[in-house]
Design a protein around this ligand. Structure first.
Ligand code: SF4
Length: 267
């Protein structure tokens, strides 16, 4: 009997449930934004961590990919402490609903994410803030087991459901991403799955349908955001990557809505 996709995903799962994250008070921070309304629910303080385990051809922040901050000319990430970030978050606190840790890839510095979110939850002046993570999902599921106690929701970018196209887009396989989506949904921490569509690469109707069918099996009422690729900020590519039209994004959303009760939005 041949293995199903879920068997393949299961094979990527790492032992380690119950492992505790050691505290980590410092991280490479690419940038912070005091107020953002596109990085999770409501107005949010966003921390962009430096370093990513993907190398997406459609990356809008390629300066955040190298783990070594000094590797990118003109980009100056800071080695920041949790306490330094808390000072900034306290200033923004009256005007925000929560914080989001993004990247780069936030889970590359998961112990720091855990320490920062723990500090917010433990601080009487801040514990009303929700803590969210924006992730490419390519980490061990044990990372989410650690973070679930201090993180309220996770946005996962699914670059492509098709394994080969995913590799073309990111340089990496997608099994861990799919495992993260499934695992986070089981933990009740999956806030949203984001699909960045690049015209002619990952917007095929049959592929979108298969993606929706798998997502609906994980959670029929999943929140799914369809995002159109924009060339602004990306690296040159040969041939140039193409932006999808508003009509093709709307068509993709309709396909997803037709699959189940997926809550689909388009931006
Ligand atoms: S996962 Fe995000 S930050 Fe990392 S390379 Fe891809 S688009 Fe860029």
């Amino acid at each position: 009997m041949s293995a199903t996709l879920d068997d393949v995903i299961d094979a990527t799962l790492d032992p380690g449930a119950g492992r505790r994250t050691p505290p980590c008070a410092r991280a490479y921070v690419a940038d912070t934004i005091a107020f953002s309304d596109v990085d999770g629910p409501g107005n949010r303080f966003v921390v962009f961590l430096q370093g990513c385990n993907f190398d997406c051809i459609a990356c809008h922040n390629p300066q955040t990919i190298p783990g070594n901050a000094a590797a990118v000319e003109g980009h100056h990430p800071h080695h920041m402490t949790v306490d330094e970030l808390l000072v900034q978050i306290r200033r923004a606190a009256p005007f925000i609903r929560g914080i989001t840790v993004s990247g780069g890839e936030a889970t590359q510095q998961a112990p720091f994410v855990h320490t920062l979110c723990s500090a917010i939850k433990a601080n009487p002046a801040l514990h009303h803030l929700t803590c969210f993570v924006d992730s490419n999902g390519a980490c061990a599921t044990a990372v989410w087991d650690d973070l679930e106690h201090v993180v309220d929701g996770v946005m996962v970018d699914l670059k492509c459901f098709d394994a080969d196209i995913h590799r073309t887009l990111t340089g990496q396989p997608n099994e861990r991403v799919l495992a993260s989506i499934r695992h986070l949904a089981g933990l009740g921490r999956l806030y949203e799955v984001r699909l960045l569509l690049v015209a002619g690469l990952n917007d095929d109707a049959a592929l979108i349908r298969a993606t929706g069918q798998w997502l609906a099996r994980v959670d029929p009422a999943m929140r799914v955001k369809v995002i159109g690729f924009r060339q602004h900020g990306t690296r040159p590519h040969d041939p140039p990557l193409q932006e999808p039209t508003p009509e093709s994004l709307a068509a993709a959303a309709e396909i997803l809505r037709s699959v189940a009760d997926l809550q689909v939005t388009v931006i």
